[in-house]
Design a binder for this molecule. Structure first.
Ligand code: NAD
Length: 447
């Protein structure tokens, strides 16, 4: 579905004209910050199509009940503004006031026309994505995959790494390269899940993070006005003098001596041998998560990190990487902290229990659910997530736990759902759409 300012006042009509019923999932982007590719304008619709496809494949959402949407708000990318074949509006991006008036109308339109739908925000730029969550999270059935989905999936894997490392969250020191939407989402979720699993307070776990942005360590003493999303993580225990010297990743790593490194800066191989070895010297099992995508932006190659740490590093990456064979014959496989692990299950669960809004507790329930699905034999092999080939079952489990949490919070709107987990899980599974092909069609699958 394509929407733009030229259709303002008509959004609900456009939705009705599509003649789609019982819509369960809507993925919307404005194309302003697609993966590592930047502002693609309305060409960013590919991300909405990709994510709705993953809802079908990963959670068993019926294809007729999932709609990809692009809200064309213009683009600031010069090559599109001058390309007569560009299909979107060839104008600079809209001012905030117009942007929010379009988004407000969209949110109301969905509520009116498709009251059963869950809305997923995807790849909105940082100047909007946090404010959008604040504006809509308590009013509509919506969530932001880049902030909350990433946070839920990384927190689940991080807690497994902590379990293997035998060092509880409050004893970790975590240097985070990047202080954008993914970094803040990840740290927030780790703090909430860590507090829940280790019976401590969220505030205590928040203290383990050291965020690094383009200016260095994020502190309250470095003399600039911090963006609102960085403020809860700004260090208050670093002097002005120290701040002046902590202006890049290496200096921060030397200062903190981290037990864990999270890479969410999107600039490429910054976790050098020197940096990884400092972490390996600080703890027997360093946690190294190079999470930036695509592969070229990854903070390090897992094979290097395994070799630099003699196979001790606990690794989850954003992109898929092959196994590494060490000189002693051990084969180590990095886990992939892919959002696909959680957002389909969250969407399916919320589409079934239809809460008026999606509070953080439901995201934490999804994260805790994924965390428990990693079996002891996975952990023994150094895996931090269950195998992705089991995504249908993973999504069914996550959806079940999300619904149970909604019931606990008293926001479940589907009173017919069973309250006992095994029975509920059967109902969830029965809702998962699976493609069936006529028997006389032969499908060749190339492995
Ligand atoms: P963002 O633009 O919101 O944040 C990027 C952050 O990195 C900003 O705080 C910026 O200041 C910082 N940064 C950029 N260059 C830097 C430099 N040279 N030195 C220090 N800091 C620098 O982007 P985002 O949405 O948070 O995504 C960041 C990365 O995380 C992307 O590469 C994305 O692919 C990845 N990501 C991975 C997953 C996943 O694996 N599950 C999910 C979401 C995002």
């Amino acid at each position: 579905m394509y929407l733009s300012k030229h259709m303002k006042g008509q959004f609900a009509h456009v939705m009705k004209d599509m003649h789609y019923h019982d819509v369960e999932i809507i993925v919307i982007t404005d194309g302003s910050r697609i993966l590592g590719l930047g502002d693609l304008g309305s060409n960013g619709v590919g991300i909405s199509i990709g994510k709705t496809s993953l809802y079908v494949a990963g959670a068993g959402i019926h294809p007729m009940r999932a709609i990809p949407v692009v809200m064309d708000c213009g683009t600031n990318t010069e090559k599109y503004l001058t390309d007569k074949n560009y299909l979107g509006t060839r104008e600079k991006r809209l001012a905030d006031e117009t942007f929010y008036s379009l988004m407000d109308e969209f949110m109301e339109g969905v509520k009116e026309v498709w009251p059963t739908a869950v809305i997923q925000f995807e790849d909105f730029s940082n100047n909007h994505c946090f404010d959008m969550l604040e504006r809509y999270q308590n009013k509509y059935r919506c969530f932001n995959d880049d902030i909350q989905g990433t946070g839920a999936v990384v927190a689940a894997g991080f807690m497994n790494a902590i379990r293997i490392s035998n060092l509880p969250p409050v004893q970790q020191r975590v240097v985070v390269f990047g202080a954008g939407s993914a970094a803040v989402g990840v740290c927030t979720n780790i703090a909430k899940l860590g507090a829940r699993l280790y019976n401590t307070s969220v505030e205590e776990v928040m203290k383990i993070f050291y965020l690094v942005d383009t200016k260095g360590l994020v502190t309250t003493t470095r003399g600039d006005k911090l963006a609102a999303h960085k403020v809860p993580f700004a260090r208050t225990d670093v002097t002005e003098e120290q701040s002046k010297t902590l202006t890049d990743l290496l200096s921060v790593v030397k200062f903190v001596k981290p037990t864990a490194l999270l890479g969410l800066g999107g600039v490429g191989p910054v976790f050098t041998e020197e940096i990884v070895k400092i972490a390996a010297a600080a703890t027997p099992r360093p946690i190294i998560f190079p999470l930036s995508n695509p592969t070229s932006k990854s903070e390090c190659i897992p094979e290097d990190a395994y070799k630099w740490t003699d196979g001790k590093a606990l690794i989850a990456s954003g992109s898929p990487f092959p196994s590494t064979t060490l000189s002693d014959g051990r084969v180590l496989t990095p886990s992939q902290g892919n959002n696909l692990y959680v957002f389909p299950g969250i969407g399916l669960g919320c589409a079934m229990c239809m809460p008026d809004h999606i509070p953080d507790e439901l995201l934490i329930a999804a994260s805790a659910s994924l965390n428990t699905l990693t079996l002891p034999e996975h952990l023994e092999a150094g895996m931090l997530y269950p195998p992705l080939k089991d995504i249908h079952a993973i999504s069914a489990n996550i959806a079940t736990d999300v619904i149970l949490e909604a019931m606990r919070l008293g926001i479940n709107k589907a009173p017919e759902l069973p309250t006992e987990r095994a029975a509920l899980m059967e109902v969830v599974k029965s809702r998962q759409w699976v493609p069936h092909y006529p028997e006389d069609i032969v499908i060749e699958v190339n492995e």
